[in-house]
Structures are given as C-alpha cells and as structure tokens.
Design a protein around this ligand. Structure first.
Ligand code: SAM
Ligand code: SF4
Length: 353
C-alpha cells in the first residue's frame, strides 16, 4: 500500500524531503518509481539525457582538453565493461532517460564501440542515440555506426586551416576529419553538427567561414564557449571569446529558436543552423536535462562539480539507485566563471564534454 508519506514525495521538492527521510530509503526509493513518469531533479528539471563516455583515451591532444603527454592509462579492471555500460543505460532508461550521447575521449578508439552502440540502440526506451567524435576514424566507421543505430553525429572541428588544426590538436590531420565528415554526409547521416570551440586569437577570424559551411552543406555549426577545465594555462581572459562575437561578426544571422542549452540562428537560405552554446555568458543550468557517466563508472550530476557516484560493479537495481541519487543531487547551477576554473577535478577527455 502506498503511504501518505510516499504521496507527499511525489509533489514536494525531492531533496528537501530526502533530507527529512534520510533514514527511510526504501520509502523514498519506492515512491520515486511509483509516482514519477519522468525523472525530475530537485529543481524540477526533467532529466532525460545521458552522456556516456566509453573511454578516456584519445588520438588527439586538443590543448583545451588534454595534456600533451596524454593521460595515465586506467587499469583495465577500473573501466566499465561493455555489459556494465549497457546495464547502466538500461538503468537510466528505466528512470526516464530516452536520449544517449556516446562520447569520450575518442569513442571510435573503443574496440567494441559498434557492439556497444548496437546494444544501446536495442533498448526500447532509448529513442535517440547520437555520438560526438573528433572524426579522425570516421571514414572507417561511418557505415557500421549507421547500421548499429547511431542516428546523428557531432564532429568536433575548431578550424578549417590544416596548419592551425595541427596546432590546436597537437597531432591531428584536418584532412582525415574532413574526409570523415564528407563520408558521413554521403552515408545519409542527417543533422550532422560541427562542434567548434571559440578561441580568441585562434579561430575568431574563421567565424564567417565556419558559418558559411551551413550554406554549402546540410550541417549545423555549434559554437561553444571555451571552458577552463584545469590549471594548464590554456584558458584565460585572453583565450576566452564570448559567443556574442559570432553575432557581432555576422549581424545577418536570424534567430530561429533555442533548445535550452543552445540558441539557434541561421543565415537566410542556408541548409543548416548556427547554434551558440554559452556556458559562461548565458548559463543554461536552469534547463539542464542531463547526467554523465564516465568510462570508469562515475555518475557525474554536473560537468563542473567534483561530485561523483560510482556504479562500477553494481547490478541493474544498484545502478538505478545510484543514478537516481545522482539526479536528485544535481546542483542548481555550475560555479564556472571566467575567474574560477571548473571544479570537476577531471580533464574534459575524462568526462566527455
Ligand atoms: N573526442 C571527441 C570529440 O572531440 O568530439 C569527444 C569528446 S570531447 C571531450 C567532446 C567535446 O568537448 C568536443 O566537442 C570538444 O571540443 C569539447 N571540449 C573539450 N574541452 C573543452 C573545453 N575546455 N571547453 C569547451 N569545450 C570543450
Ligand atoms: Fe580528444 Fe575530443 Fe579532447 Fe580533442 S576534445 S583531445 S579529440 S577528447
């Protein structure tokens, strides 16, 4: 029988109540499953989006993301197994999550990536399966990804200049990414997005060229404000460029909408849109709908918080409980500013962006 206490939980802000009933876990746990069709956090945000990082390894060394020497390898036993990754997604699906983004590190370096995608796309509650990749290995994988149920791709590309690409990624070849991108278009991937991190003095002079990709190709370009993840010195007030710079350079961009984290614009007659993602100048935390799971099995309620809840080694029900806790503990907003670095305690390749 459902108790009055459980009924109250369904309408009260969860964390307040959670504190009150901290000794009554079973009651709280039951109630959430009985009453919430959609998983809401303590601030009434519906959480329906998981970013799953399948590896922290990468074949590039982007200066804003990873140290030059790479990262110390995780021990095999510390990484989520394929089975655990799929179980984690199942747990999320049972909590109301219906969109999964596969990320990394570089997800296409993961040996069993196709099998992971296949199995996630077979989970009936998951309606959208997408991937963020640096595109280096895309030519080889594009067909298999499509077959495995990956519906859309975000490809990271900060510059259209080969020499600059080599400089920002330290070791990358623009040519490979471009070929991967063209293969993905030819393979029929729709709504491909280019993720471009805005960096003052590096690619501010390429904004019009990057935007013009939306006129030539069926692509959306997303400009992302650079976030200071660690003390490596790459991020400072000189490297930061507010997303408003895009509008200053291209006043002809017309606002066409927004989807919570991204404000959308387009050039008249273009094939794709231009999105501005502004975690620093226009915080979108109030519409945050996501949680993250890292390759070593930590659920991160917020990208910029060091709060982590481990799911490594747990079965489905245990994972569900841990993920639910993470959702309920999502902070109201992140503390990242121009002056204050991220408190995440991880470099971006170890979270997934
Ligand atoms: N390796 C894949 C890639 O680069 O697309 C996926 C992982 S990467 C961490 C995911 C996204 O995070 C990329 O689009 C990347 O540009 C972005 N990113 C990494 N570090 C960032 C930072 N310091 N500020 C803003 N975006 C960042
Ligand atoms: Fe690798 Fe992506 Fe980080 Fe670049 S942004 S180093 S490609 S994980």
């Amino acid at each position: 029988m459902v108790t009055d206490a459980a009924a109250i939980i369904a309408v009260e802000p969860i964390t307040t109540y959670l504190l009150d009933i901290s000794g009554l876990r079973t009651c709280y746990f039951l109630s959430v499953h009985l009453f919430f069709e959609d998983m809401k956090d303590a601030y009434n945000r519906e959480i329906n989006y998981l970013r799953l990082s399948v590896t922290d390894r990468c074949n590039l060394r982007c200066r804003y993301c990873m140290p030059e020497e790479g990262i110390s390898k995780l021990a095999h036993e510390d990484i989520l197994t394929e089975e655990e990754m799929v179980t984690a997604v199942r747990a999320c699906a049972q909590l109301g999550i219906d969109k999964v983004r596969i990320t990394g590190g570089e997800p296409l370096l993961k040996r069993n990536i196709i099998s992971i995608c296949n199995r996630i796309s077979e989970i009936s509650e998951i309606k959208t399966l997408v991937m963020t990749t640096n595109g280096i290995l895309l030519t080889e994988y594009v067909k298999e990804l499509k077959k495995a149920g990956v519906q859309r791709l975000n490809i990271s590309l900060d510059t259209l200049d080969s020499e600059k690409f080599g400089r920002i990624t330290r070791i990358g070849s623009l040519d490979k990414v471009w070929r991967g991108l063209m293969c993905a278009i030819n393979e029929g991937f729709e709504k491909i997005k280019i993720n471009c991190v805005l960096i003052n003095g590096f690619n501010d002079d390429e904004i019009p060229a990057l935007v013009s990709l939306t006129q030539k190709y069926p692509l959306d370009v997303r400009f992302i404000e650079l976030m200071g993840m660690n003390e490596d010195g790459f991020f400072n007030e000189n490297s930061f460029l507010p997303s408003s710079a895009v509008l200053e350079q291209l006043p002809e961009l017309q606002r066409v909408g927004d989807n919570g984290v991204c404000t959308l614009y387009s050039l008249p007659g273009s094939k794709g849109s231009v999105g501005l993602i502004s975690p620093l100048t226009a915080k979108f935390c109030s519409s945050c709908n996501r949680i993250r799971i890292t390759a070593d099995g930590k659920v991160k309620p917020c990208l910029h918080s060091n709060q982590e809840i481990s799911i490594k080694g747990l079965e489905l029900e245990g994972m569900k409980y841990a993920i639910e806790r993470a959702i309920l503990e999502k902070p109201a907003s992140h503390g990242l500013t121009l002056e204050k670095l991220s408190q995440s305690g991880r470099s971006m390749n170890r979270i997934g962006g």
